[in-house]
Design a protein around this ligand. Structure first.
Ligand code: FES
Length: 349
């Protein structure tokens, strides 16, 4: 059976390759003209050493100098020797540029433009060669704003297996995308997209997961939940989301979260509104509504997407609590004109 392997590069680009039964990842990458780092190709030098974020594989034959047992136990692997036993996500040392592979371009069509409120839009696109557009849930695309030559970056809120592509867009006064969406965009318009990009993506669920979303930062986490729901695999650990916004009208896709709570065993979520005038049962900031069970003494993978003050507040919160989460993946976006541009901050352990 052919397996799909995502090669995630240090510069945030991801390329997907198909690997045949008993084929090594390095051979499949070579066929796809992706030059991942290689030297001996014999499991002797360690040059190709990568990190497996998710999936199972046969590690192949190699010597201790190339990969120690401790490294193998920690998830490191040798693409020149390994054969996938499932779909894999591999973190490759080096940039996509070094591997002589680049970003992919797609032409999309606007199928729907929906305004949740004056400041939040939902954009639904179709892509002709959809089968060629593979992405990991949590990643984003660069979107060329028609007529401007300027790019903005948006995380998918749809899952990798869905035909349609969906994005949530927070508007900004005089922003180029905002102006386009409010004044010129129409169903049928063509948009050029580049990507996928980003290392803020869902890893294998190996311990409890805590998702923290601020505003439209809920988008990549919706993609992650869609992936979990559509996989049909019951997560072995609880997944909790705390979704914070400023005003009631900023809350979007709550029905989708309710649906995921039914579809994904062990998934729960809270919505929290900062506005003191809100009638929401939970008010304030997400960190005020976290319970010891959500922190799990640090044995938890945290996924955080929101504006910089939220990212900073959450990091302070963990420091004050004296707890270090097992993994802390985050992505933040700036406020103002560049709010449309999700600044990719990558993952931090
Ligand atoms: Fe030498 Fe893989 S290239 S161990």
């Amino acid at each position: 059976m052919t397996h799909k392997v995502a090669l995630s590069f240090e510069d945030g680009l991801t390329r997907f390759i198909d690997v045949l039964p008993h084929e090594t990842v390095a051979d499949a990458a070579y066929k796809a003209r992706i030059n991942i780092p290689l030297d001996c190709r014999d499991g002797a030098c360690g040059t190709c050493k990568a990190f497996c974020e998710s999936g199972t594989y046969d590690g192949g034959d190699y010597i201790d100098e190339a990969l120690t047992d401790d490294e193998a136990d920690a998830g490191y692997c040798l693409p020149c020797q390994m054969s996938p036993e499932s779909d894999l996500v591999l973190r490759i040392s080096g940039t996509a540029e070094m591997a002589k592979t680049g970003i992919q371009k797609f032409t999309a069509r606007i199928e729907r433009l929906h305004w949740y409120a004056d400041n939040t839009a939902g954009l639904t696109l179709s892509v002709e060669n959809r089968d060629k557009l593979n992405f990991l849930p949590g990643q984003y695309m660069n979107v060329l704003v028609p007529g401007t030559g300027i790019e903005r970056s948006y995380s998918f809120s749809s899952g990798p297996e869905e035909r349609e592509l969906r994005f949530l867009i927070r508007t900004a006064p005089d922003g180029v995308m905002t102006t386009y969406l409010k004044e010129r965009a129409a169903v049928g318009d063509q948009l050029v997209l580049e990507g996928p990009v980003g290392s803020f993506f869902l890893r294998e669920v190996r311990r409890p997961v805590l998702m923290l979303a601020g505003g439209t930062g809920v988008a990549p986490q919706l993609a992650m939940l869609e992936k979990l729901a559509s996989s049909g695999v019951q997560p072995a650990f609880p997944i909790h989301m705390a979704y914070g916004v400023t005003f009631d009208t900023d809350l979007v896709e709550v029905e989708a979260l309710e649906r995921y709570a039914e579809l994904i065993p062990g998934f729960t979520f809270d919505t929290i509104v900062a506005d003191p005038q809100s009638a929401a049962p939970k008010k304030g900031y997400v960190t005020q509504h976290l319970l010891p069970a959500h922190l799990n003494d640090g044995d938890v993978d945290v996924y955080l997407c929101g504006p910089p003050p939220m990212v900073d507040a959450v990091r302070r919160y963990w420091a004050d609590a004296g707890i270090t989460p097992a993994n802390f993946y985050y992505e933040r976006f700036a406020v103002g004109e560049v709010q449309e541009h999700n600044v990719h901050a990558g993952a931090a352990a």
